[in-house]
Design a protein around this ligand. Structure first.
Ligand SMILES: [Zn+2]
Length: 123
């Protein structure tokens, strides 16, 4: 029987042929799951999935995209968030847009800093 530490389902097994012709089983740790968008659950691009020890060796730009919310939100959700914030800025910053209708979207507001709306309504 195999050693206890290799009997876990989180261990990946690969069969390898040795130069002698024998088949041996190699054991390795499985990769963790891919990073997903916090809002729409889409798989994020530009974020590697590997064990923490290997991720640590990567440079900062290899770990996540360097845009705001990189590694947290996908590009579509980030665009939606920025457009959402801009709509509020326009409504409360310019008098001619005061009667513009706005629908609140709490899935987006989660990612805005706390108190973002209080700063707008004061001005
Ligand atoms: Zn998304």
């Amino acid at each position: 029987m195999v050693e206890r530490r290799f009997r876990s389902s989180s261990i990946k097994k690969t069969k390898k042929k040795t130069p002698k012709g024998k088949t041996k089983t190699h054991y390795s740790r499985k990769k963790p799951s891919k990073h997903r968008c916090g809002r729409c659950n889409k798989v994020l691009s530009g974020t590697p999935n590997d064990r923490a020890a290997k991720i640590k060796k990567l440079s900062a730009s290899e770990k996540k995209p360097s845009r705001p919310y990189g590694g947290t939100l996908c590009s579509d959700c980030l665009e939606a968030l920025l457009r959402y914030e801009t709509r509020f800025n326009v409504k409360y910053g310019f008098e001619q847009y005061e009667d513009m209708e706005l629908k609140r979207d709490l899935t987006l507001e989660r990612y805005l800093p706390t108190g973002w709306f209080n700063d707008l309504s004061k001005e």
